[in-house]
Design a protein around this ligand. Sequence first.
Ligand code: AMP
Ligand code: MG
Length: 418
Amino acid sequence: MIAAHEAYRIVMAQMAPLSPQRLPLEACLGLVLTESVVSPVAYPPFTSSAIDGFAVHAIDTADATAENPVILPIAFAVAAGDAADRRLAPGQACRIMTGARIPLGADACIMREDVTDGGQDVRIPEPAPAGDFVRPQGEDLAAGDTVLRPGDVLTPPRLALMAAVGRAEALVHPRPRVAILATGDELVEPGQTLQPGQLYNSNAYAMAAWITEAGGEPVRLPIVPDDREETRRLIAEACTYDAVVSSGGVSMGDHDHVGHLLAEMGTVHFTRVAQMPGKPFTFATVDGTPVFGLPGNPAATMVGLEIYLRPALLRMQGHSRVERPTIQAVLAEPIKRKNRLQFVRSRLERRHGEVHAALTGPQGSGLITAMAWANALLIIPTGSGSVAVGERVTALALEPEWLLGYDKPAWHDISGLA
Ligand code: AMP
Ligand code: MG
């Protein structure tokens, strides 16, 4: 049996970022870029109007007042997308729409709302200073500028930036395709009627959801019956993917085949971890494919997904920061120390600037609701006696928003906004 932090180190040492692939932007949300993006174009690509109204020579409007408006004839109209190179003669205005090219010679725009449109001419009651409502070409970036770099995570605005400079694809670490194996003759899929001795296959849903949340692509294989040869066949199929996660079949039972088969088929790095829940955990590599042989008990499976699989998948995608943040919390009820590291399902709450941690229910590894209500896992080191009420413990924040706290006002409740 090895310590949990040692197990974590061994797992992460096996994880290498997947070879970069060129993918369409639509598939790249949250992925890590492996190239520099140099813009071939300026942005904005041409000088345009920021408003619907009129383009003018600023100098022609210099003397305009409400009493003595300047009246300019309307020479033509330009709309967004018009390609023509038009020139505006001095002493003339042109009708212009937002996003249209500014005609040559014009250097200011004035809003439709601020003038009187006479159809053939326009009455301008105030000067339009040069540059007003004009968006200059290259205001944001010049052709040749580097706009993104290797290691940048493709957030929604960065995807928009790539599109704005004309890129339809990005070179990224791809999503790992992760095969899911739920083992056990007792399993049936939700939606069916339970027969005696049967239980719904909840782990497959936990596994798929954790994989998706970590940026991976889950691939569900059929439920694995407790049959040695069938288990071998499905493990072999699963190992053709980038990673494998299984639940069940790694304990000491007569029908626990997964652990034994992994030892035959590949290299087992460890089989038991000094943690609660989730002690039986076989981590192996089969022909280079990492296999997370998690235990079947739902809380143990989910703690394994959170503590080991999630950071592993993030590392395979080239993320540099893969761990959740921790926070210190004041314990609201005592916790008995054990001879294994405990991941205690708990709920953090902020009160008077302090974070308090209460358990979300009984902590048995076969139970599921405490995990469902938890927003943190308390990290309780081994030892004797209890951690007392009021003591500080380290909490792994499953909803990092808790680090800031929901006791802060929402932006629209901030005073002085009007
Ligand atoms: P095992 O590790 O195969 O001995 O399973 C341990 C416990 O977890 C048993 O009570 C199983 O019924 C339960 N279990 C195993 N697989 C699943 C699953 N996919 N969904 C829900 N519970 C499971
Ligand atoms: Mg089983």
